[in-house]
Design a protein around this ligand. Structure first.
Ligand code: FPP
Length: 244
């Protein structure tokens, strides 16, 4: 257990994979009489401390739900704002993330992502590819059902070209065709903003995740809230279907 974990008042039972549904940016802004875009920007600013804390706690993977396959239904302007924030974020933060050894991976179908954002994301992935620190996954144009369909197609292709027998399809084979291939399942899934649903996020990987719903709006979800969430996780009894 590292010193930082002790300083934070946590035990050594650190979740290996944390996933966050960053909800409530719009309401945070509206409550202040500001445009929703300001809320998204405030959400972006909240990321830094969460990523730093995750790195220092030795969390293996942190997955952030930045844009779902359903978010295209939002007004064009808002979609544009979200992708320009992604570009701004990476232009500004990539060197520091790289220095911290963070490895970036994008989960989702990049083909529909606007060109500038796609280029920024691909650059971030390439630049940090060999890093060995925190695995930072950004779910962008991501939906868990679409991810499972994609995995099913990949398996079907392997079977149809003779590379795999149908009965060789097991859980490991499915996992290895997901965007999170090679990473541990989600241990702790946090949703800010008061709603209690999963919204098509990491449905396969979260089969045994501990779920934590908080009313705190994402821009207000700071390091102290994050450590509280991990503390709550550490107090849960995880049985994975067995009995204690
Ligand atoms: C949900 O809040 C939030 C989003 C759809 C986008 C999350 C994006 C960020 C935190 C910033 C950009 C990300 C990166 C990676 C730079 P909402 O708009 O649904 O809030 P509401 O429920 O209050 O309307």
């Amino acid at each position: 257990m590292n010193e930082y974990i002790r300083e934070c008042g946590l035990s050594g039972n650190i979740p290996r994979h944390v996933a966050i549904i960053m909800d409530g940016n719009g309401r945070w802004a509206t409550k202040r009489g500001l445009p929703r875009s300001v809320g998204h920007r405030a959400g972006m600013e909240a990321l830094r401390d969460l990523i730093t804390a995750s790195s220092e706690l030795g969390i293996e993977a942190l997955t952030l739900y930045a844009f779902s396959t359903e978010n295209w239904k939002r007004p064009r302007d808002e979609v544009g704002t979200l992708f320009s924030l992604v570009v701004e974020y990476f232009n500004r933060e990539i060197s520091e993330l790289h220095e911290k050894g963070v490895r970036i991976r994008v989960l989702g179908d990049m083909s529909r992502v606007p060109q500038k954002a796609r280029a920024a994301l691909m650059r971030a992935e390439d630049m940090t590819h060999d890093n060995r620190g925190l695995k930072l996954n950004l779910a962008i144009n991501y939906g868990a059902r679409a991810e499972l369909v994609r995995a099913a197609r990949a398996l079907a292709e392997d079977v149809s070209n003779g590379g795999m027998a149908p009965d060789a399809i097991d859980e490991a084979a499915v996992s290895s065709r997901l965007y999170t291939s090679g990473q541990p399942d989600v241990d702790l899934l946090i949703r800010t903003g008061g709603e209690m649903r999963l919204s098509n996020f990491l449905l396969y990987q979260s089969a045994y995740a501990e779920l934590l719903f908080t009313d705190t709006l994402f821009p207000d979800f700071d390091k102290a809230h994050y450590l509280d969430a991990i503390r709550e996780f550490q107090g849960r009894s995880r049985r994975f279907g067995a009995i204690k």
